[in-house]
Design a protein around this ligand. Structure first.
Ligand code: PLP
Length: 394
């Protein structure tokens, strides 16, 4: 008889977003005329920028003519896009070769698929609160998880210590959900630790484009020693509004070798077996993100979300609420007032201010007592939500 992957039975039900949806549905049934201020969403609200839309049209026309038509694309990515991404790194003086860049359909896909490269006996270190997919992908694969809780005391940026022994290390910076960003010295400690122990860092840089402090690193490869211990996973989802268009990229340096096995070569083998590449149309459009025009336009959109962040931060500063994030990330992670639990605060915000956020507890036990606001909503709703927050907490 067939045996299913029984690891799936160990998954915790993803009650966070289900619970939020249920509670808001009930509220709207009881208050059908209410307008909800949705500050919980992790999805963008602004459309694709003009340069990308132009790229989509050009690519659609290409596919209509025999001379410019593209069939299967190279599994690891179109050379023109691998080169555009490679250039994006090199412009920032980060030494990445085009064939170290792999084009993907998004970071979520890669975060799950990349685990193929590592034996099941490896333990995965996950800093919590964490993006829930890290935990679930490891549970599905039957891997042991080493949970590393973080706290207000370390600014939600814990450093390696003797209890943090694991072969795979997840780092997400800027972080979802806390918005906290590792500085160079902190990242160097993780890199040194990984090299000393032969571990591999999976560095999730999905929000790097939101960093505005010039001293903070956007990429793990800005840190000396990272080429022998890290894989970087990136996404255009939040950077360029590609949540529904889908495109990401992964960087695997050729020096990343363990036990005589080269991870760049292994990933080529994996991709050529398990994918037939990302759509030409999407890759052609994504290329526009890396042109000067595209960069200017995506940063105009990011500036709108940053304005939202400033609006919310000002509202929290008034009553003196402690928070991280906002400045270099599209998330604000606040301490719930008066020692409230995160679901208790969720109910209060929903019932008294019609604001929907995300309870911190949903990102791991140590998120209890904290709350996440996203800055991806509309400017009008964010402004109004901020006024309501001041009324409620001020
Ligand atoms: N990594 C982090 C930290 C995220 O927050 C998200 C999406 O919210 C992703 C990865 C997934 O990105 P993608 O849309 O490229 O799958």
């Amino acid at each position: 008889m067939l045996t299913p992957n029984m690891n799936y039975s160990h998954l915790k039900s993803s009650y966070l977003f289900y619970n939020i949806a249920q509670k808001t549905k009930r509220y709207l049934e009881e208050h059908p005329d209410a307008h909800l201020y949705r500050m919980g969403i992790g999805d963008v609200s602004l459309p694709l920028c003009d340069a990308v839309v132009k790229g989509l049209h050009i690519a659609a026309d290409d596919q209509a003519k025999a001379e410019t038509f593209n069939g299967y694309m190279p599994e690891c990515g179109a050379p023109f896009l691998r080169s555009a991404v490679g250039e994006y790194y090199r412009r920032r003086s980060i030494d990445i070769a085009d064939d170290e860049v792999f084009i993907s359909s998004g970071a979520s896909d890669e975060l799950g698929d990349i685990l193929d490269l590592f034996d099941r006996s490896n333990r995965s270190l996950i800093i919590e609160p964490a993006y829930p997919a890290y935990v679930d992908a490891n549970v599905m694969g039957g891997r042991e998880i080493v949970h590393l809780p973080s706290s207000r005391e370390n600014g939600f940026l814990p450093l390696p210590d003797d209890n943090t022994d694991a072969e795979l290390i997840y780092l997400c910076s800027p972080n979802n959900p806390t918005g906290a960003v590792f500085d160079r010295d902190q990242l160097k400690k993780w890199v040194d630790r990984a090299n000393a122990h032969g571990s591999v860092i999976l560095f999730d840089a999905a929000y790097e484009a939101f960093i505005e402090d010039p001293a903070l690193p956007h990429s793990i490869f800005e840190i000396e020693g990272a080429r022998t211990c890290a894989i970087e996973i990136c996404s255009l989802s939040k950077t360029a509004g590609f949540t529904g268009t889908r495109l990401g990229y992964t960087v695997i340096p050729k020096e990343l070798v363990r036990n005589g096995m080269n991870f760049n070569e292994m990933w080529i083998r994996n991709r050529t077996t398990k994918t037939n590449g990302v759509s030409y149309i999407i890759q052609r459009a994504a290329c526009e993100v890396f042109t000067p025009e595209g960069q200017q336009q995506i940063h105009e959109n990011i500036a709108v979300y940053k304005q939202n962040a400033r609006t919310l931060m000002k509202a929290l500063d008034k009553p003196g609420i402690w928070y991280t994030g906002g400045k270099n990330a599209p998330y604000i992670w606040m301490e719930c007032p008066d020692g409230m639990g995160s679901w208790e605060f969720f109910d209060k915000l929903l019932n008294e201010a019609q604001i929907v956020g995300t309870p911190g507890e949903g990102f791991g036990k140590c998120g209890e007592g904290y709350f996440r606001f996203s800055t991806f909503g509309s400017v009008e709703d964010t402004q109004k939500a901020a006024e309501k927050l001041v009324e409620l907490l001020g």
